[in-house]
Design a protein around this ligand. Structure first.
Ligand code: MG
Length: 161
């Protein structure tokens, strides 16, 4: 594996862990306003992101590279309302998609077919992550300030497995 590809994948491990950290921070926000369903959704998301980091970790190990964990930035921990938090989550996912696409491009340039193939799973996953977050943003936009709507959505999100 080229130094450039390794460096980007190593950085991506940090980005995925930061995603997990950010969503866990969003969970604390939702728990603080007693929207436990929203909080549960975010906690599950946080676990998934950690899973993404581990996937890259193992891939690097298989290819005889050692991950070096970067410093983590303190995540934001308060938002004005649930919509604002989910908009921030969507923006964050778009950044992650961009980052994965950049590494994919790099792997292509370097003719690193194994990394290319490995990343195609992430590309598919990002489409899903953006779509599900965007759907929640749109639902939140529709219900505006309706407390009943918010509690119904809270129940729906709380049923996430
Ligand atoms: Mg991820």
């Amino acid at each position: 594996m080229s130094e450039k590809v390794f460096k980007s994948l190593n950085e991506q491990v940090g980005k995925e862990i930061f995603s997990s950290y950010l969503y866990l921070s969003m969970a604390t926000y939702f728990d603080s306003i007693d929207l436990q369903g929203f909080a549960r959704w975010m906690k599950i998301q946080a676990k998934e992101e950690l899973g993404h980091a581990m996937k890259i970790y193992e891939f690097l190990y298989e290819r005889s590279s050692r991950v070096e964990l970067p410093a983590l930035e303190k995540p934001k921990n308060t938002w004005n309302n649930p919509l604002e938090a989910f908009e921030a989550a969507l923006e964050h996912e778009k950044l992650i998609t961009k980052s994965i696409n950049t590494i994919f491009e790099l792997a292509k340039e370097e003719k690193d077919y194994a990394t290319e193939q490995f990343l195609s799973w992430f590309i598919k996953e990002q489409v899903e992550e953006e779509a599900q977050t965007d759907l929640i943003v749109r639902k939140l936009q529709k219900l505006q300030d309706s407390p009943t709507g918010l509690y119904m959505l809270d129940r729906e999100l709380g049923s996430r497995e």
